[in-house]
Design a protein around this ligand. Structure first.
Ligand SMILES: NC(=O)c1ccc[n+]([C@@H]2O[C@H](COP(=O)([O-])OP(=O)(O)OC[C@H]3O[C@@H](n4cnc5c(N)ncnc54)[C@H](OP(=O)(O)O)[C@@H]3O)[C@@H](O)[C@H]2O)c1
Length: 332
């Protein structure tokens, strides 16, 4: 079988190689991977920015989908022929409070014709979804879902999303399905027009409007109930400006820096809730799948590339040219 391996953090560190097709050990399933999708984290891993001490070589990518073609003797809940996707955290479920193993980082990923995963690291995919669509779910969609659930967003609430990458576009789709009012920012007017086409109520170009947080507050009249904070240091204070009293900031990324100076009294007077989110548990993923199926939400795929373009696509995600998700077709 063909697969990609991250052999070093150098520019040419991602190599396509050939290896024998795997067989399952106890507790494992083998997936014939149809599609995989790229997250910003995969770029950071490839460049050594996520964990410079990561053990290499590594098969990259946390997110993939395909058909189960073999299962270990003791596997109970997954059978040959099942349509499944990977799960981001292999050892985090509602019963445990620690986790160590994420697919495509601490454990082998899915940028491979066949992937070996523990039974606990796969879930059936919603019937109405294609393999390409299901491959986009494990990281970005679960993260958006977990943020929105943590803030208990309901109809009529205001949700602010930063940029038009994978997490924010899933956030838009989920928040609209809940009946929330969505404000979204982008550096591109074309992308904002696409977001409006998906139901965004207010769009703001953050490059043209450095006070976009204040603008989001004014657009809603009372501030937003949730910001999914992907920017970090460079955006946090504007996210604070946007909040209503008692609003939530889900801190998930730091695309514009890992630190900033905070006015803590502003946080006190606004009764701000902040919480860090690291994707979510297996149960979060399952609950999200039910929600997506109930609302027949189709993930937004901006671009599909072939398997041999996998390395290029991982490095290319940092350009931020995409809207929603980028998918790599492997056996499809
Ligand atoms: N903690 C977690 O569980 C978790 C999970 C998933 C992702 N993340 C992190 O969250 C971030 C976003 O992930 P993603 O998968 O959605 O990435 P992505 O698909 O690569 O999206 C990147 C987009 O973010 C927008 N952006 C970049 N800098 C910005 C800024 N200063 N202000 C506003 N928007 C900005 C840009 O949108 P425009 O082109 O529209 O301007 C860019 O296209 C990354 O840092 C990622 O590592 C964390």
């Amino acid at each position: 079988m063909k697969l990609f391996e991250l052999q070093s953090f150098n520019d040419d560190g991602l190599k396509m190689i050939e290896r024998g097709t795997p067989s399952p050990c106890l507790g494992e399933v083998i997936i014939k991977v149809e599609s995989a999708s790229i997250n910003f984290r995969d770029f950071m891993i490839a460049k050594g920015l996520y964990n410079p001490n990561l053990s290499l070589p590594l098969i990259p990518l946390s997110d993939g989908s395909g058909e189960v073609v073999a299962v270990g003797d003791d596997v109970k809940n997954i059978k040959v022929g099942d349509r499944v996707s990977s799960v981001f955290w292999q050892d985090w479920n509602a019963d445990v409070t620690t986790r160590m193993m994420s697919t495509g980082c601490d454990a082998a990923g899915v940028l491979s014709e066949y992937a070996v995963l523990p039974e606990a690291a796969v879930l059936p995919i919603p019937d109405y979804m294609s393999y390409q669509e299901a491959a986009t779910l494990p990281c970005a969609a679960v993260t958006a879902w977990t943020c929105i659930m943590a803030a208990n967003i309901k109809a009529g609430d205001n949700v602010l999303l930063l940029g038009t990458g994978g997490v924010s576009i899933f956030g838009l789709q989920i928040a609209k399905a809940l009946g929330a009012n969505v404000i979204i920012t982008s550096s591109s007017d074309d992308k904002l027009a696409r977001a409006a086409g998906l139901g965004a109520d207010t769009t703001i170009n953050y490059k043209d409007n450095p006070e976009w947080g204040k603008q989001a507050f004014e657009a809603t009249g009372r501030g937003v109930n949730l910001v999914i904070e992907i920017g970090g240091g460079g955006t946090f204070n504007q996210s604070m400006e946007a909040l209503t009293i008692g609003g939530h900031i889900s801190i998930i990324g730091a695309l514009s820096g890992v630190s900033t100076e905070l006015n803590l009294l502003n946080m006190v007077f606004k009764n701000v809730h902040t919480h860090g989110i690291t994707v979510g548990t297996r149960e979060d993923h399952e609950a999200m799948n039910h929600f997506l199926a109930e609302h027949k939400i189709h993930p937004v795929i901006d671009k599909e590339v072939s398997f041999d373009q996998g390395a290029e696509a991982i490095i290319g995600i940092a350009s931020g040219n995409h809207f929603g998700k980028i998918v790599v077709n492997i056996n499809s």
